[in-house]
Ligand binder design. Structure first.
Ligand code: PRP
Length: 205
């Protein structure tokens, strides 16, 4: 039995559909319910829906053998897991954005609002730019508008949120996509099963 942590939401549903297409379907997950754990003995899978930012925690600690996490989460939290493949979905980019016309005043620390303090810190330390991190949990785009921060470091997918809030991207830090990850011990013990699943997934692309 492979235990699979899926991120709750659209991305997780896409991944489930891919897994179903390669023979890991689980009818009970397709029923409209509020259940979070589903099992299909016949196909040897147990799925559970986790909060996207928690998937890597379940996998790192072995509660799940494999899971799907965004590269943003992997870069931010650096979980001790194997990154097995790029699923080529959930594509977006991690960006620095600011109000239109923003000019950096290098005489003082740059105030950076973000959900991703480690990614932001890493990026600016490479540029040797002093920053003041303001850790937020969502709706990051309002920070520069309310003058809480000078810039934001956040995920940009279509760019609509930035546009509709009069912000613009300044730099791309890193491209992001969903990754298949595995628990290090689980990968060893279930090597054949997990490799087979990976192989089939790669053939699906
Ligand atoms: C993410 C991100 C941006 C938005 C970008 O937010 O933080 O706000 O999506 O998408 P777009 O470029 O297509 O407009 P999310 O929906 O995760 O909400 P939150 O950051 O407010 O939690």
């Amino acid at each position: 039995m492979i235990n699979i942590a899926l991120p709750k939401g659209r991305l997780g549903e896409k991944v489930y559909n891919k897994l179903k297409a390669i023979g890991y379907g689980c009818p009970s997950i397709e029923e409209n319910s509020r259940k979070l754990i589903f099992e299909n003995e016949e196909n040897g899978v147990r799925y559970f829906w986790a909060k996207p930012s928690d998937v890597a925690i379940y996998v790192e600690r072995g509660a799940a053998d494999i899971g799907v996490a965004g590269k943003d989460i992997l870069l931010e939290y650096q979980p001790d897991v194997y990154e097995l493949s790029d699923l080529d979905i959930g594509k977006c980019r991690m960006c620095v954005a600011a109000k239109k016309g923003f000019e950096d005043n290098t005489e003082r620390a740059l105030r950076v609002a973000t959900k991703f303090p480690n990614i932001a810190r890493n990026y600016y330390s490479k540029l040797s730019r002093e920053i003041d991190i303001i850790k937020l949990n969502g709706s990051i785009e309002i920070a520069p508008i309310l003058n809480l921060s000078d810039v934001i470091v956040d995920i940009v997918e279509t760019g609509t949120t930035l546009l509709e809030n009069n912000l613009e991207p300044i730099e791309t830090i890193v491209p992001i996509s969903a990754r298949l990850i595995a628990n290090k011990t689980g990968y060893k013990f279930k090597y054949d099963e997990i490799s087979k699943l990976c192989q089939k997934l790669s053939e699906l692309k």
